[in-house]
Ligand binder design. Structure first.
Ligand SMILES: CC(=O)N[C@H]1[C@@H](OP(=O)(O)OP(=O)(O)OC[C@H]2O[C@@H](n3ccc(=O)[nH]c3=O)[C@H](O)[C@@H]2O)O[C@H](CO)[C@@H](O)[C@@H]1O[C@H](C)C(=O)N[C@@H](C)C(=O)N[C@H](CCC(=O)O)C(=O)O
Ligand SMILES: Nc1ncnc2c1ncn2[C@@H]1O[C@H](COP(=O)(O)OP(=O)(O)OP(=O)(O)O)[C@@H](O)[C@H]1O
Ligand SMILES: N[C@H](CCC[C@H](N)C(=O)O)C(=O)O
Ligand SMILES: [Mg+2]
Length: 487
C-alpha cells in the first residue's frame, strides 16, 4: 500500500477531489486488471479510450481515478485526480510507487530504427563480463544479470519498466541498458525515468502506419534527447544525417560516433568477412565477432557508451572483442556446404545492409536465395521496397509471410509483388506458407550457396489472427537442410 499523494509527487495536476491521503494497492492502466484499492489511470489509446473504462474500474474496486477528462458525476468516496497527460502521469506515478529506482542505477536508453537490440545486448554482455551486475530491457528478452524475464514489447509499459528496474536495484544491479522504441517514447512509457545517457543508432523508413510521416517519426526519436537531463550524455551516430538533429534541443553532454565523418568515437573498417570485423580504433587493430559494416556502428555506440560511463577503453575493447551479438541477428547455420543466415531484417535499410553484407563477402559462383516477408498490421509502404531489394540483390527471391497478424497474407504478398518489375519476376517465387518457402529455398540450393531467411530473427512464433503458433526460422531451416544432407 502506498499513499496516493506520495505517488503523485511531481505529476502536473489540473484538479483533485476526495482524499489524497488514501492508500492505493497498485497502479493499473487496464480496467481488467483493477483490484480492490487500485489507482486506475485512464489513457486514450490507439484502439479504445481508457476513459470509457472508468466505470468498469470503479466496479472492480478502484480507490482512485487519474484521468484527463473527468466524468460528469464524480462518484463519492473515490479520489479523482485530473491531469493534463495521463500517460506521462502514469510513468511518474510508477517511478514514485517503486521508489524511483532509476536514481539508484545508471540507465542508458538506445533508440533508432535498427541496431537497438544489438547495441543494448552487447552492452549488457560487456558489463556483465567486466564484472558488473547489469540489467537489460530488449525486444528479445529482459534480463536481470543472467535471469531471463520474457519480453512482450521492445520497451515494456511504464509500470513494468519501473517494476523491472526496482528488481534490478534490489539485487544490486549498477547498470541497465534498454531499448527505447519510438512507440514507447511517444506513449510516455519511459516518463519518470532518470537516464544516465541515450544513444541514437540511425533512422530510416519504418512505422509510418503509427507515426504517419517521417518527420513525426524523427520527432518521436528526438523527444528522448530533448527530455535528457543536463548531467546525462547524448551519444549519436553523426554519419546519419539525423544524428545532429537529435542534439538540437538537447541539454545533455553532446557526443558523436562515426565511421565516415569526424567524431568523438571513430573507427575504420580494415576487414569485413563472414568470420567477423577488423576495426582500427585510435590506431589499435581490434577483431570482433560481429558481421557486416553496419555492426561497426553498433560496436562504436557500445564503445562510446562504456567510455562515457567511465570504463577504460583498453579493457572495453579486449572484452568486447570476444562477445557475440543478439540472437537472430546474422545467425549462421552451415549444413552440407550450404550456409543459411537467419536475420531480423524487417525494414528496408536493415534488409539492404544484410544483402550488401552477404554480397560483399561472396566469392563468386554461389547463389544467394532470399526468403522474406513483411508483417501484417504494420507499415504497408515498406512492402514493395523490401520485395524489390530482395529480388534485385539476390539470385532468387521467395516472397512469403512474416507475421500476418489480422491481415490476409495473400494481400500482404500482393503489396510486396507490386515492387517487383516484370523481368525480375522470373527469379521470384511467391509461397504464402513460410515453412514451404524455406523448404523450397533449401531444395533449390546447391553446396556453396547462401540462403538468407529474413524478417523474424529470434522470434519463435508466427502470429496469425491473434494466435501465436510456434515457428522458428533457424529450427525450420536446420530441419530441411539436415534432411537434404542425409538423403
Ligand atoms: C500501437 C501501440 O503501440 N499500442 C500499445 C498501447 O496500446 P493502445 O494505445 O493501443 O491501447 P488501447 O487498446 O487503445 O487501450 C487504451 C487504454 O485503455 C485501456 N483499456 C482497454 C480495454 C479495457 O477493457 N480496459 C482498459 O482499461 C488499455 O489498457 C489502455 O491503457 O499501449 C499498450 C500498453 O503499453 C501496449 O501494449 C500497446 O502495444 C501494442 C500491443 C503493440 O503491438 N505495440 C507495438 C506496435 C509496439 O509497441 N512496438 C514497439 C516496437 C516497435 C519497433 O521499434 O520495432 C515496442 O516497444 O514493442
Ligand atoms: N546499426 C545498424 N544499421 C542498420 N541495420 C542494422 C544495424 N544493426 C542491425 N541492423 C539490421 O537490423 C536488424 C535488426 O537489428 P536490431 O534487432 O539490433 O534492431 P532494433 O532496432 O532493435 O529493431 P526493433 O525495432 O525491431 O527492435 C538486424 O537483424 C540487422 O539486419
Ligand atoms: N518491433 C517490430 C518487429 C517487427 C518484426 C517483424 N517480424 C514483423 O512482425 O513485422 C514491430 O512490432 O513492428
Ligand atoms: Mg529491438
Amino acid at each position: 500500500m502506498k499513499v496516493l499523494k506520495d505517488i503523485l509527487y511531481k505529476v502536473s495536476l489540473v484538479s483533485t477531489s476526495g482524499d489524497m491521503e488514501v492508500d492505493v494497492k497498485n497502479i493499473v492502466f487496464d480496467s481488467r486488471k483493477v483490484e480492490e484499492g487500485s489507482a486506475f489511470v485512464a489513457i486514450a489509446g490507439t484502439q479504445v479510450n481508457g476513459h470509457d473504462y472508468i466505470d468498469a474500474a470503479l466496479e472492480k474496486g478502484a480507490a482512485a481515478i487519474v484521468c484527463e477528462d473527468l466524468p460528469e458525476n464524480l462518484k463519492e468516496g473515490i479520489t479523482w485526480v485530473q491531469v493534463g497527460d495521463s500517460a506521462k502521469a502514469l510513468g511518474i506515478m510508477a517511478s514514485n510507487y517503486y521508489g524511483n529506482p532509476s536514481d539508484e542505477i545508471q540507465v542508458v536508453a538506445i533508440t533508432g530504427t535498427n541496431g537497438k537490440t544489438t547495441t543494448a545486448t552487447l552492452l549488457h554482455q560487456l558489463f556483465i563480463a567486466m564484472g558488473y551486475s547489469t540489467g537489460l530491457l530488449s525486444t528479445v528478452e529482459n534480463k536481470i544479470n543472467e535471469e531471463v524475464i520474457p519480453a512482450t514489447h521492445t520497451t515494456p509499459d511504464a509500470v513494468s519498466v519501473q517494476a523491472l528496474l526496482r528488481k534490478m536495484v534490489d539485487v544490486g544491479c549498477t547498470h541497465c541498458f534498454m531499448e527505447a522504441s519510438s512507440h514507447a517514447i511517444v506513449q510516455e512509457r519511459i516518463a519518470g525515468l532518470k537516464l544516465a545517457g541515450a544513444v541514437f543508432t540511425n533512422i530510416s523508413h519504418d512505422h509510418l502506419d503509427y507515426h504517419k510521416t517521417f518527420d513525426e517519426y524523427i520527432k518521436a526519436k528526438k523527444k528522448l534527447f530533448d527530455d535528457l537531463p543536463k548531467d546525462a550524455f547524448a551519444l549519436v551516430n553523426s554519419d546519419d544525417k539525423r544524428g545532429m538533429v537529435m542534439l538540437q534541443n538537447c541539454k545533455a553532454n553532446h557526443q558523436t560516433f562515426a565511421l565516415k565523418s569526424p567524431a568523438d568515437f571513430k573507427a575504420k573498417i580494415i576487414s569485413n568477412t563472414l568470420e567477423g570485423l577488423e576495426l582500427d580504433i585510435n590506431g589499435k587493430l581490434v577483431w570482433f565477432r560481429l558481421i557486416g559494416a553496419f555492426n561497426a556502428y553498433n560496436l562504436l555506440g557500445v564503445l562510446g557508451t562504456a567510455i562515457l560511463l567511465g570504463e577504460d577503453e583498453e579493457e572495453v575493447l579486449t572484452t568486447l572483442s570476444s562477445i557475440r551479438g543478439a540472437k537472430g541477428r546474422f545467425d549462421r547455420i552451415s549444413i552440407g556446404g550450404i550456409t543459411a543466415i537467419v536475420d531480423y531484417a524487417h525494414t528496408p535499410d536493415a534488409l539492404d545492409n544484410v544483402l550488401k553484407t552477404i554480397n560483399g563477402v561472396r566469392t563468386g559462383g554461389e547463389q544467394l536465395i532470399t526468403v522474406v516477408g513483411c508483417g501484417g498490421n504494420r507499415d504497408k509502404t515498406k512492402r514493395p521496397i523490401m520485395a524489390k531489394m530482395a529480388v534485385q540483390e539476390s539470385d532468387k527471391a521467395i516472397l512469403t509471410s512474416d507475421n500476418p497478424r489480422f491481415e490476409d497474407p495473400e494481400e500482404i504478398l500482393k503489396d510486396m509483388q507490386a515492387g517487383v518489375g516484370p523481368t525480375e519476376r522470373r527469379k521470384t517465387l511467391t509461397i504464402v506458407d513460410r515453412k514451404e518457402a524455406i523448404r523450397t529455398a533449401c531444395m533449390l540450393s546447391q553446396p556453396g550457396d547462401i540462403i538468407l531467411v529474413a524478417g523474424k530473427g529470434h522470434e519463435d512464433y508466427q502470429e496469425i489472427k491473434g494466435v501465436k503458433h510456434h515457428f522458428d526460422d533457424a529450427e525450420v531451416v536446420t530441419e530441411f537442410l539436415t534432411e537434404l544432407n542425409q538423403s
